[in-house]
Design a protein around this ligand. Structure first.
Ligand SMILES: [Zn+2]
Length: 331
C-alpha cells in the first residue's frame, strides 16, 4: 500500500509518543508525517510535518506547537497558545478544509471531540487513502479510507465502563429545575461542550467560570452567550468549574460532576467527549479501511481494540505491536 508506520526512540532509548508514517507523494518524493508526537531534536532528521489532531496534553501539542513544521486547525492553535502561554509556530487550516504540506494536499475533517479537533486525510503516490483521526466523538464527517490510524480510549469490549450513552435527559432535568447549580467539567474540551449543550437546551442565562476557562471558551466558541467570572451571576446562574474545584463553591449550591467515573463525592452525569466501544466499532465499519492502526491511548486498550477488530475480520494492529522502530540517530 506504500505506507510504513514506524516509531522513534529518543536518545534515552524510550519510545517517543505515538507514531510516524512514511510514504511517497504524487511525485514519488519520500515524506514523513509525525502524528500527535513530541518534536524530534533539530540535530536529527526532521519529518515533513507534525500533525496535531487537538489540544489535549496527551497528544503532545505543547512540544510540537513550537516547530514550524506543525499543522493543526486554527482553533487547536488558539487553544494550545492559551493553554501553554507560547506562540504556535506552525501552519493552520480550518476544521473542514485543505492544506498543502509540500506537494501533499491534506484534508481536515472535524471529529467533534473538542472545539477545533480534526482528522487528517491524504493520498500517497499509489492512491492509498490515509486517515488519521485523533480522538473521536462524531465520525459522520470522516471519509472512507484504506489505512485508518485511530484511537481506542474506550476500546475494550470486555470492560463495562467502555459502554455508555450521553445522559442528555438527566442534564435537561437539572436545568429545568431552575435555580443555581454547579457542574464539574475540565476547562478545555468538556467545558465548551457543556456551554454548547446548555445553550442548545435553551438556557440563556449567565454561566460562571474560572478565568482561564472563560478565556478558552470565549476565544474558541463562536457564540457562547453570557460568560461571567465566579460569583458574578447572582442567585440563579450556572457554575462550570473543574471537578476538583467544586468543593470551593458555597455549600448550598447543588453540585454535579460531568464524567463517566464514579469516584467523585457528587452525583455524576454521563456526558463524554468520546465514542464508546460500540461507537468505535461502528466508525471502523463505516470508514471501511483495509487496515486499522490503533495508536492511542497508552496502556492496553489499543491492543484490546485491535484484537477485537481482527476477530471480526477487520485487519488491525496496535501501536505496541509495531516493530518498525527508528532511533533518533537515523538519517
Ligand atoms: Zn483528547
Amino acid at each position: 500500500m506504500g505506507v510504513l508506520a514506524f516509531r522513534q526512540k529518543n536518545a534515552r532509548g524510550n519510545f517517543k509518543p505515538h507514531l510516524s508514517v512514511r510514504f511517497r507523494d504524487a511525485g514519488s518524493k519520500p515524506c514523513v508525517f509525525s502524528i500527535d508526537t513530541s518534536r524530534t531534536p533539530k540535530k536529527y532528521s526532521q519529518p515533513d510535518a507534525y500533525l496535531i489532531t487537538h489540544a489535549h496534553s496527551d497528544h503532545h501539542g505543547k512540544s510540537s506547537m513550537l516547530s514550524e513544521l506543525s499543522v493543526c486547525s486554527d482553533k487547536t492553535a488558539t487553544a494550545l497558545e492559551i493553554r501553554h502561554g507560547r506562540e504556535y509556530r506552525g501552519a493552520t487550516a480550518g476544521t473542514y478544509d485543505k492544506i498543502n504540506i509540500g506537494d501533499v494536499t491534506v484534508k481536515t475533517c472535524p471529529t467533534g471531540h473538542t472545539v477545533g479537533s480534526t482528522a487528517f486525510y491524504w493520498e500517497n503516490d499509489v492512491g492509498t487513502r490515509i486517515l488519521v483521526t485523533g480522538d473521536v466523538k462524531d465520525y459522520s464527517m470522516l471519509p472512507s479510507c484504506d489505512v485508518l490510524i485511530t484511537e481506542a480510549n474506550y476500546g475494550d469490549v470486555g470492560d463495562f465502563s467502555c459502554y455508555f450513552q450521553d445522559d442528555i435527559e438527566g442534564l435537561k432535568s437539572i436545568l429545568n429545575n431552575g435555580g443555581r447549580a454547579a457542574f464539574g467539567a475540565y476547562s478545555f474540551g468538556k467545558a465548551q461542550r457543556m456551554v454548547q449543550l446548555f445553550r442548545d437546551m435553551g438556557y440563556r442565562g449567565p454561566i460562571e467560570m474560572e478565568d482561564d476557562t472563560k478565556e478558552l471558551t470565549e476565544k474558541l466558541m463562536d457564540d457562547p452567550g453570557d460568560l461571567v467570572s465566579l460569583g458574578e451571576s447572582g442567585k440563579d446562574g450556572i457554575c462550570l468549574v473543574p471537578p476538583w474545584n467544586l468543593n470551593r463553591l458555597p455549600q448550598d449550591i447543588p453540585r454535579y460532576v460531568i464524567t463517566g467515573r464514579c469516584d467523585y463525592p457528587y452525583p455524576s452525569i454521563q456526558i463524554s467527549d468520546h465514542l464508546d466501544v460500540n461507537g468505535l466499532i461502528d466508525m471502523v465499519k463505516a470508514i471501511d479501511p483495509q487496515v486499522t492502526i490503533v495508536y492511542h491511548p497508552g496502556g492496553h486498550r489499543p491492543q484490546c481494540f485491535a484484537g477485537y477488530l481482527n476477530s471480526i475480520g477487520k485487519d488491525s494492529i496496535a501501536i505496541g505491536d509495531i516493530n518498525n522502530v527508528l532511533s533518533n540517530e537515523f538519517t
